[in-house]
Write a protein that binds this ligand. Structure first.
Ligand code: MG
Length: 347
């Protein structure tokens, strides 16, 4: 089969400037869209949202995509997903977002060719879905409260609060009183020392939080264990959990593995991470970067395998040029998806 491939970069403005601990405020997100077409006019779409935190930029991803897509064209049969993903990984060790975009486009193409939604190709039950959290970035406490109230008004029952300031307790207290019924996740994005983390988690326990994400730097695995062993709240690992080989390392240092397609390098790797995490007794969460539905749509199909979803990347954009899997009142509604593939569809 002769496959035709192409890719282009875009800049996606955010609805609101977005800030997390230790990073600059984001006002727009640079992304790449990859297309892979078969000879019959079927086109698979995938997206990359490279993260500087993981050593990847849109420029470096653009630079390696010709090489990655040459592998796809060389193999020729898009259904040989395992072989292609293995060769992508052998060809480019870094640039997980670039590899993920190719993986998503291939899965979209293959499932469109088979005329099934991606979840069905994976044998998953679309009714076994769950809520995505809606993320409230760091801001003045009052502004965070307003955003939380707005999200609850829009139907979101689960909020994720970014922390990592000297007013973390005040932020959580304010938002808990503004959204008494919401399920709350908090994410410190590596901002605390192990001792600070233990102290803050102690004080946060009264606010009925579902879990605390990445309390300490990823470079401090013993610090993560120190916190985990002393925390009354479940601990999720995000920056400490990048690819499959990290799962055994974090297994006795946290409760929840937070995988992201843009970190791990492909949908098949994500699937391996989910099953490996389960084998190690971990719960599983899938998160995202600020991304378009060209990539988020694919992650939504993992929902039946997850305990937690934080797949709001497209919801934080001022305007997404792609539709994806319907999200209704914060719930990922896979069974409402009326088309084959990942569901990513140009508006
Ligand atoms: Mg996180």
């Amino acid at each position: 089969m002769s496959l035709e491939t192409s890719f282009e970069r875009h800049s996606l403005p955010l609805e609101d400037p977005f800030m997390i601990a230790g990073e600059r405020t984001t006002v727009e997100q640079d992304v790449i869209t990859v297309r892979i077409a078969d000879g019959d006019g079927t086109i698979g779409v995938g997206g990359a949202a490279p993260a500087a935190h993981y050593g990847e930029t849109v420029d470096t991803a653009m630079a390696v995509l010709p090489e990655l897509l040459a592998v796809v064209e060389d193999v020729g049969d898009p259904h040989q997903l395992d072989r292609i993903e293995r060769r992508l990984r052998e060809t480019v060790r870094q640039n997980p977002a670039a590899r993920t975009a190719v993986s998503i486009a291939l899965h979209d193409l293959v499932t469109k060719r088979l005329d099934v939604p991606l979840y069905r190709y994976w044998g998953l039950d679309p009714s076994e879905t769950l809520d995505t959290s809606y993320t409230i970035g760091l801001d003045e406490t009052e502004r965070m409260r307003e955003k939380a109230e707005l999200a609850v008004d829009r139907g979101f029952g689960t909020l994720k609060l970014k922390l990592g300031t000297d007013r973390d307790i005040e932020i959580v207290r304010t938002i808990r009183s503004a959204a008494p019924d919401a399920r709350l996740f908090v994410d410190a994005n590596e901002a605390w020392t192990p001792r600070q983390a233990v102290d803050r988690i102690d004080r946060l326990t009264e606010f009925d939080l579902a879990f605390v994400e990445q309390p300490v730097p990823a470079e401090d695995p013993e610090g993560l264990r120190f916190v985990y062993e002393r925390s009354a709240l479940p601990i999720a690992a995000d920056e400490s959990c990048i690819t499959l080989s990290d799962i055994p390392q974090i297994a006795d240092r946290c409760d929840i593995a937070n995988l992201k397609l843009m970190k791990c390098g492909g949908l098949r790797e994500a699937m391996r991470m989910i099953h490996t995490a389960r084998a190690h007794g971990l719960q599983v969460m899938c998160g995202c970067m600020t991304e378009s539905n060209a990539s988020i749509a694919a992650a939504c199909h993992l929902a039946p395998l997850l305990d937690y979803a934080d797949l709001d990347g497209s919801l934080l954009l001022a305007d997404d040029s792609y539709d994806g899997v319907p999200v209704v009142d914060g719930t990922i509604e896979l069974d409402q998806l009326d088309r084959s593939g990942t569901g990513a569809l140009m508006r």
